[in-house]
Structure formats: structure tokens, C-alpha cells
Design a protein around this ligand. Structure first.
Ligand SMILES: [Fe+2]
Ligand SMILES: [Fe+2]
Length: 203
């Protein structure tokens, strides 16, 4: 494992960088990477829709997430087109070990505030990790076209990560958001250490 890079910590706040071997694995199975990526974009869109349904009375959430649904769906279509162009198949969605492990950390039951906070921070974290992985792909892949392709996604997900943090701060004290975010970062680093290095999980 390489030491923490400055931008992994500073830009994304993530505790643990993606294993550098991951890009090589990713390059080896482009169909897996693109297919998984497509499904992840779709899941991002679906999650934003369900957050809008759940928090219909929080105007900032509804206003901010409505265009994100369109954007994530646009990402899904872009990746789908890329698969098609290359004669690769979407296939069925895989079990998402990463997200399933993160879901274990989400507060269930009890007062609304901590649950809302975890809903926002879970999304922020998934976006931050996607952004980091897109950055790796945009720097590490052999294919210049794909490097550029992933650079666009990287920029987009970086904006999403901060948006979810801002939404949490719109309704909750900054200190509360910050404290829980640090717990999430620590937990996510632990999750990454326990998962196998695979080439598919990307968003
Ligand atoms: Fe996306
Ligand atoms: Fe996103």
C-alpha cells in the first residue's frame, strides 16, 4: 500500500487510498469495470430519487438532488454507450460488498437527525470514493481516450461529494456533521482493508 497521497487526504478526506494494483486489475477487465460503473450510476440516480421521496419536506434536499438524478442518469447512459461501442455487455448487477458493508454503519431507528445525517454522509462517502477511483483511472489507464472519459466523471463526482456534506450542514450543526464524517472515514478505511482488491467496484 502506498503512503497516503496529499490529495486523497486533502481533497476527499479519505483515510485510505485505493490499492494501486486496482487500476491494473481494472484495465484487465474493462467489461467488468464499465458494467459495474453503469450499475453504480444507476444506483446513484435511484438513491437520489428515494432521498427526495423521503425528505420531500426539506426543500434544499429536493432542489439540490433533482438535477443530480438527471446527471447520474446521464452518466449511466454515457457508460452504457461506451459498453455498446466496444461490443461489451451490461450483464446483471453484482452484489455490492462495499456498499453493503457501509450500510451496516448507518444509524437505524431513533431520532430523525442522526438518520438524515447518515443518509447524506453515506452518499458523500460513496461519491468521494468514486471520485478517487476515477482519478486513479484517469491517471493510470493506458488508453488515452479512457483516461479522458474518466476525468469527466471524476470532476462530476467531486462536486457531488461536497454537495451531500453541504446538505447535511444545511439542516444540522457543522460540528455534528464533522464529527460523524470522521467516524465514517475511519469506518470506510476499515471496510476497504477487509474487502478483496477487485477491478470492478468503481462508483
Ligand atoms: Fe455519477
Ligand atoms: Fe455522483
Amino acid at each position: 500500500m502506498e503512503p497516503y497521497s496529499d490529495d486523497t487526504r486533502a481533497i476527499l478526506g479519505l483515510e485510505l487510498p485505493t490499492d494501486p494494483r486496482w487500476v491494473n486489475l481494472a484495465a484487465l477487465s474493462l467489461e467488468d469495470v464499465l458494467a459495474d460503473h453503469a450499475w453504480c450510476e444507476q444506483k446513484a440516480a435511484i438513491t437520489c430519487i428515494s432521498l427526495i421521496q423521503r425528505y420531500f419536506d426539506r426543500e434544499a434536499v429536493v432542489t439540490a438532488l433533482s438535477p443530480i438524478v438527471t446527471e447520474e442518469w446521464g452518466h449511466f447512459r454515457l457508460v452504457l454507450a461506451e459498453l455498446k461501442k466496444r461490443g461489451l455487455r451490461l450483464g446483471k448487477p453484482r452484489k455490492d460488498l462495499y456498499v453493503n458493508a457501509l450500510l451496516d454503519f448507518v444509524t437505524k431507528g431513533g431520532p430523525e437527525d442522526p438518520r438524515f445525517l447518515d443518509g447524506m454522509l453515506l452518499m458523500a462517502l460513496i461519491e468521494a470514493r468514486s471520485c478517487e477511483r476515477f482519478k486513479r483511472l484517469s491517471e493510470g489507464l493506458e488508453d488515452a481516450y479512457l483516461r479522458k472519459f474518466y476525468r469527466r466523471f471524476m470532476e462530476s463526482e467531486a462536486g457531488h461529494y461536497t454537495l451531500f456534506i453541504e446538505l447535511a450542514e444545511t439542516y444540522l450543526p457543522k460540528e455534528m456533521v464533522r464529527a460523524r464524517w470522521l467516524e465514517w472515514l475511519e469506518y470506510e478505511a476499515k471496510v476497504l482493508r477487509t474487502l478483496p482488491v477487485r477491478g470492478d467496484r468503481i462508483h
